[in-house]
Design a protein around this ligand. Sequence first.
Ligand SMILES: [Zn+2]
Ligand SMILES: [Zn+2]
Length: 574
Amino acid sequence: MQNTSQVSLALREIAALLEFAKAPKFKVKAYQRAVEVVDTVADLAPLVEQGRLEELAGIGASLSGQIEELWNTGHSQFLTRLRRELPEGASELIQLEGMTPRRLRALVDALGVRSVAELRAACVAERVRTLPGFGKKTEERLQQACDRWLNRGDEQPLPTLLSKALERAALLEQELAAASERVQLVGELRRGQETVRELEWVVLGDTAEPLRRLGGLRQVLRVEPERASAHLSEALRLQLHSASREAWGNCVVLATGSTAHVAALRLRAAARGFSLAGWDEAPSPGCPARAFASEQELYAALDLPFVPPELRQGEHELLRAERGELAGLIREEDVQGMVHCHTTYSDGKNSIAEMAAAAHALGMRYLTITDHSPSAHYANGVSLDRLKAQWDEIAAAQENTPVRLFRGTESDILADGRLDYPDSVLERFEVVIASIHARYRMDRAAMTARLISAMSLPIFKIWGHGLGRILNHRDAIDCDVPAVLDALAGSRGAIELNSDPHRLDLPPEWIPAARERKIPFVISVDAHSTRGLGVLRYGALMARRGGLRRSEVLNSESPERFAALVSPTQRGRS
Ligand SMILES: [Zn+2]
Ligand SMILES: [Zn+2]
């Protein structure tokens, strides 16, 4: 399952089931302790990969084997057996807050509850309080725990990052495809939203069998067949939509959204004298409903080319589609160079040569080495004396790789808007990315002034992770973005679209404002390891959401042209 919190959840469930099954205390304790230990580890990956799990206190050979199995296969044979042997629903019920093995036994034996939903119903009917050992208070607390479990409580858990949701969706889609002839991902994930709460698919015909198949997966906590939906771990919901072959196109477009895009399509259909089958409760007599077997046919009937899902935001995409402007939209495979890479010279995990080899393996023609500047102490920023050594190492690595290596830096934008390193040094880099890494909370006026003064420097060429947000963790900085974009346009700088799935920054909703000002972009990886180069697809997706064309993305150019366009000493682009 390659996910530390998932391993922890599985171990927690094993402990609870063992306790319910009256297993020896020491055995239950061992699993409970393992949960605590795993919860303290930020990332299990290195420990599993290097076979070092047993270095953790309390993890012996047997537990380490179980954790490895969970990590590598996503399943535990032991857990599967426990679930099979115990009463139906026990594994979810035992995880409720306030549930003890004794209480569960009483509820199962006396009331026959088999799910959290059934327990909740029993609480509402005030049947739980009639059992010996249960009072009114306990019943109320259990009902609240049921509500939290069923997501009916107030607190909204954090949404899931795009990268993780795509990974999860790929796995679930395999299962769906095995149970249904035709499956299409739709909804906010298909539109490439940075974070999502729901995974949605359209399936051909009935949803019962695909849903039943999903019910057997570890990631699926609970299935609601009557709503064609399911609850997944990490607070994700799953929704299936059933479609016929004839109206497949209608259903897929409708379920992909966005609401505003669909509303615009509906208006267009009405103007052409028809409505779209499945969209209007009662189509008016002069407006017969039409069904389309594919999305392409639906758009064609509206005199439009196919609109890529990531552009369906209900803003100007129909206008742009009409004008034929969607044809040259940037694609991941257009990118020729990996921009924004860290190495062991600052906080990266791999050497220059290793990063170059990895970029080569991905078919890249160039790579910019942009380690942190000295003021980034926490990230081991490269001091002037170490810079000389790095440039020598870049030159040596260049001898052994066909990938063109560019000497660069990710220079801090200091609090007063100056860049780190003296100008005489900055001018000798081939690529300068300038980013904010400290003092995120300046007020709007000060932050705007800071950025505008940085961007007015002739050396300023690429604005790194623009608004400094970390999804689910840190808000964007407060600044007057249009004013900052004006300054950047004036200095002929470019904007980075950072592909790190935790950043996806500059947020794509600002791309149109930058395009209007003719500001070009780079799609960067901000890689801190060779593995980190794999995130490019997310940045490319954000670029497409913003409607960027290939001609607007500098690292879709050849190495020579890219170098000329971003050179810190160049005097403006032609
Ligand atoms: Zn940075
Ligand atoms: Zn960086």
